[in-house]
Design a protein around this ligand. Structure first.
Ligand SMILES: [Ca+2]
Ligand SMILES: [Ca+2]
Ligand SMILES: [Zn+2]
Length: 310
């Protein structure tokens, strides 16, 4: 089943389930402010609280100053993909992937994801990036049992140790680490321009149960890896800079004031800017079943950043 069919069938199941449930369940699916959100062994006051506390994506925030610096650098190379420039002549990159499973023992409950889940994750990634011309080639899978690394958080000594021990390949190689990451987090990534200063830190870390078939409902269709891979190739969140400035520096993604979550069809958080919020974009914070696209402009920005830094 391809991804669209898969998501379609899940959407139907969801609708059927919602039809049979009380209003509170429906409210939770839409991120009701007063409905507790249970996820990954944590209870948040609401889905909004989960989002506000950075659980959805813990990739470091790029402030306006750094975004300007990066854009000026790309522009200086004549490769500014962020402002409607045509895509560069990047020959459809085929990205080698090194997948590192960090578990605390055998079995899925200990984070020892199956080969099937990993293969399905690579398929999800390939389907997501196909329209942008990127493909991902799984080179190797290794498995490490380490209870300290298992609960790593961004910037921790455990993260540094795990990556120093396991990372493979050069700047163009995607290293994916799956683990039972701490803090109720879903994942984080490094940006392409971070590579040269700290190559061993390069890559993405995700909660193991976010892989396809995992238990991290509603983030278990594999789009955490897709979203983090988006950062890894140089994309910002669709709500970067809110309604101001040039947002995410991609001209065909409508401006968005704040992260969308759940699947709020028709949301328009920047009324003074054209277009409805890009809630179906992989770089927003909506549920996996809600997001299914990168835009043409994002593809151009990937090419710009990838050719400059990877
Ligand atoms: Ca935009
Ligand atoms: Ca708008
Ligand atoms: Zn993110």
């Amino acid at each position: 089943m391809n991804k669209q069919d898969w998501k379609g069938s899940i959407a139907i199941v969801t609708m059927l389930a919602l039809g049979a449930l009380a209003g509170s369940a429906l409210a939770q699916s839409n991120g009701d402010a007063n409905t507790p959100f249970h996820f990954n062994g944590h209870e948040w006051a609401s889905k909004q609280a989960f989002i506000d506390n950075g659980g959805r994506c813990s990739t470091r925030h790029i402030n306006d100053e750094e975004a300007d610096e990066v854009d000026q650098f790309l522009a200086s190379r004549g490769k500014s993909g962020g402002k409607g420039a045509a895509a560069n002549n990047v020959p459809s990159p085929r990205i080698p992937v090194y997948f590192h499973v960090i578990n605390k023992g055998t079995g899925i409950a200990n984070g020892d994801v199956t080969t099937q889940m990993i293969n399905d994750q690579i398929s999800v990634l390939n389907n997501a990036f196909a329209s942008s011309g990127y493909s991902f080639n799984l080179i190797s899978v290794d498995r490490t049992t380490n209870t300290t690394w298992y609960t790593m958080t961004p910037g921790s000594a455990a993260e540094e140790q795990a990556k120093n021990a396991l990372r493979q390949g050069g700047a163009d190689a995607l290293n994916i680490y799956s683990a039972g990451i701490g803090g109720g987090l879903l994942g984080w990534a490094t940006f392409p321009w971070d590579y040269s200063a700290d190559p061993m830190n390069d890559g993405i870390v995700v909660l193991y149960s976010s892989l396809p078939g995992g238990s991290a409902v509603p983030y278990n269709l594999g789009d955490t890896v897709t979203h983090e891979a988006g950062h890894w190739v140089g994309l910002y969140h669709t709500f970067q800079s809110g309604c101001n400035r040039q947002g995410d520096l991609v001209s065909d993604t409508p401006a968005e004031r704040s992260p969308a979550f759940g699947c709020p069809t028709g949301r328009d958080s920047c009324r003074n800017k054209a277009g409805l919020d890009p809630i179906t974009n992989f770089m927003d914070y909506t549920d996996d079943a809600c997001m299914f696209q990168f835009s043409t402009g994002q593809g151009a920005r990937m090419d710009s950043a990838f050719s400059a830094f990877r």
